[in-house]
Write a protein that binds this ligand. Sequence first.
Ligand code: NAD
Length: 512
Amino acid sequence: MTLANLGLSAEVSAILTRLGVPQAKLSGGTLAVRSPVNGEQLARLAEISAIETDKAIAAAHEAFLEWRLVPAPKRGELIRLLGEELRTAKADLGRLVSIEVGKILSEGLGEVQEMIDICDFAVGLSRQLYGLTIATERADHRMMETWHPLGVTGIISAFNFPVAVWSWNAALALVCGNSTVWKPSEKTPLTALATQAIFEKALARYVAEGGKAPANLSTLLIGGRDVGEVLVDHPRVPLVSATGSTAMGRAVGPRLAKRFARSILELGGNNAAIVCPTADLDLTLRGVAFAAMGTAGQRCTTLRRLFVHESVYDKLVPRLIQAYGSVTIGNPLQSSTLVGPLIDGGSYERMQKALAEAKAAGGKVSGGDRVLQNEAADAFYVRPAVVEMPAQTGPVKEETFAPILYVMKYSDFDEALTLNNDVPQGLSSSIFTNNMQEAETFVSARGSDCGIANVNIGPSGAEIGGAFGGEKETGGGRESGSDAWKAYMRRATNTVNYGKTLPLAQGVKFDV
Ligand code: NAD
């Protein structure tokens, strides 16, 4: 079967029907949805207007006022049911992710597994939204810290993790007592419709079990940047978690700051790995190959810069170029495929531009050319590129959202560390070494300046248990595990006087 006659639109409409999305929603609108697998049009969706968006947010605020009163462990029960519904829907939703984004099927399924994992995490969290009891300097007083629901949580997501990013935010926000309003990428609205339908199934079960939940607890807004802007500017939204390019964050961050709203910004990365003289090169090769070529280079944590010590450069880099040449590129729904398509033609053009700039700066390019255009003229498959660079210059310092790995030689460990940190972005990083001093230095205060710093694994493929996010132009936000939940709640410090006198702090006297 060629790419052209896969019949994806029929398959998509069957999947969406099974997941509970009405067929009527899939046609007649202005937003054309295409599969990057072969360019086939999958649907034409209606987009929400600014006035309707405003009303939807007002309704979400009403939902918040009720939901915040439901005890947190009961809110957790809703997320437990969401996790169950996601388990049931995993095969369908995972395949839909692959069709709509073009990532290989195991990664599509892995994305849904990540949603299930964060639901499990959030259920446990619903009984652990702990505050502190703090020593007070005053007799017969108690001081404590309590965490309260915050309000409507706005979620803006990128195309490359079309559903997991929603779940990282929504599972936490909902157990924290917030309602959610989600503006997915305009490139991936079908997986968002499916996710909303799955959420509604969980909600119906929760209500049938006797659980109390208001209408409009989780709202989906289908539309483009203009819809996102209404969400960002709305006074009823105290927190927006926005995932996407640094350009998006530069637009969104100041608008939120202007009205003193909180932001969780999860922006672009330009992730590096250092390969040291003692590295296990077989392990390194596998780690680098997945991190750099996986998801066709379209992960925020994709490995883009590789610094290889001069003593192992000639042992590793030719093998790497060989691995790049032998990787199977094509239909992401086939199990033998490791590299699927780019999201669209714009992405392909940006990749070619970066490769031309790298060449002009002295880079030696292997791969990077377009393939399979005869099978599907509107799909953009490329051979992943390895570019041996004389120095970290030009396009190496930018995030090009495509499978380009810039490889550079180093001789001194401190120089490699400096190069790792010498880019505007600060998301993820790795070191491959069996030297304990190098490994520990890399993860120390004078090591990698990124939000994620790994040893002997690549920079991509994080688990949900840790806080996820990065520094500098990556935006500084943290979501998912650890104590990221605190960003979705309002902290109050309470001091209670259970005595008969009124001592003032710091010994201040004020007798009237
Ligand atoms: P994008 O910036 O084009 O769009 C992301 C989302 O922001 C979309 O929903 C879009 O409609 C919305 N948007 C854009 N401008 C807006 C504005 N001014 N106001 C409100 N909303 C706006 O990103 P993309 O191409 O979908 O995704 C790729 C980018 O996302 C890469 O840079 C990648 O590194 C980044 N990303 C980061 C993370 C992370 O966790 N750090 C995760 C995934 C993707």
